[in-house]
Design a protein around this ligand. Structure first.
Ligand code: HPA
Length: 276
């Protein structure tokens, strides 16, 4: 093992040890995307740890990402909720973007839900819709698994044919139907950001088969998949994508829509977590 990889592994172990010292262990982790932090309020016996107190975790710089890790119960399920994630566009290197996934794996957590805000490309989608991610297209320009390989993480060449777990997707649809909620499904395209896309790029993504577009999730999903974690990912379509929307895009619109659907989204997540 090179010195660089040994340092990476040490970072993961130090961060995991700090989490373990402060929070009870959990089986399921939920990463809460922009403005989607309210699930945290549904967690019973919640204990909170600031990212400031986790070695090697940077502070999130984006509004709507608070930078706390919570551990507690939803029904009989033990969960970690990560309110705040690290994006490539913030200037973090790819290994920092997936550090929380590595740490969760180190802590024995093997079930993950990733959430995000996304722009809607599919003409059937409306702002406020939730979309289960069936598959993704990685156009972020990098793969976070690049670099020296560590056997403990899994395969060098991970298979990604069922990375968004089929049974979890079916469960999400089943629960949405029970709750009388509309739940779309589609392909998420991950870009690096921080600019929103041009209308020409959105037309291209549409031809390529993308239903929604965003600036996160793909790197974490790749890491989770490599490490054999079972994965569900749900986007909140906060706006119609550039050129489809009649007005200019803004982070404010993203935050406003996610605030609007937060309560429903949380209700769905809560029920899914209990039955995962
Ligand atoms: N594009 C990229 N990322 C996003 C968007 C979008 O339209 N909306 C929310 N996140």
């Amino acid at each position: 093992m090179s010195e660089q990889l040994a340092q990476e592994v040490t970072k993961i172990k130090e961060a995991a040890a700090a989490v373990d010292a402060a929070l009870p262990r959990a089986d399921i982790a939920v990463v809460l995307g922009s403005g989607l932090g309210s699930l945290a309020q549904n967690i019973e016996d919640a204990q909170t740890l600031s990212y400031q107190d986790i070695p090697h975790f940077p502070q999130p710089t984006v509004i709507g990402h608070s930078g706390t890790m919570i551990s507690g119960r939803i029904g009989s399920a033990r969960v970690y909720a990560l309110s705040g994630r690290f994006h490539y566009y913030e200037g973090h290197d790819p290994h920092t973007v997936i550090l929380p996934m590595r740490v969760l794996h180190q802590l024995g957590c093997r079930k993950v839900i990733l959430t995000n805000a996304a722009g809607g490309i599919n003409p059937q989608f409306a702002p406020g819709d939730l979309m289960v991610i069936r598959d993704h297209i990685n156009l972020a320009g990098y793969n976070p698994l690049r670099g020296e390989h560590c056997e403990e993480w899994g395969e060098r060449f991970p298979d990604m044919s069922n990375m968004y777990d089929k049974d979890y997707r079916a469960l999400a649809h089943h629960i949405a139907a029970e709750l009388g909620m509309k739940l779309q499904e589609g392909v998420y395209c991950g870009l690096s950001g921080p600019t929103f896309e041009t209308p020409a790029e959105i037309r291209m993504l549409s031809v390529l088969g993308a239903d929604a577009v965003g600036m996160s999730t793909v790197p974490e999903a790749l890491a989770a998949c490599q490490m054999g974690m079972r994965l569900l990912a749900i986007s909140c379509v906060t706006n119609l994508a550039a050129g489809i929307s009649k007005h200019p895009l803004s982070h404010q619109e993203v935050m406003e829509t996610s605030k609007m659907v937060e309560r429903n989204f949380s209700a769905l997540l809560k029920e899914i977590i209990v039955r995962m």
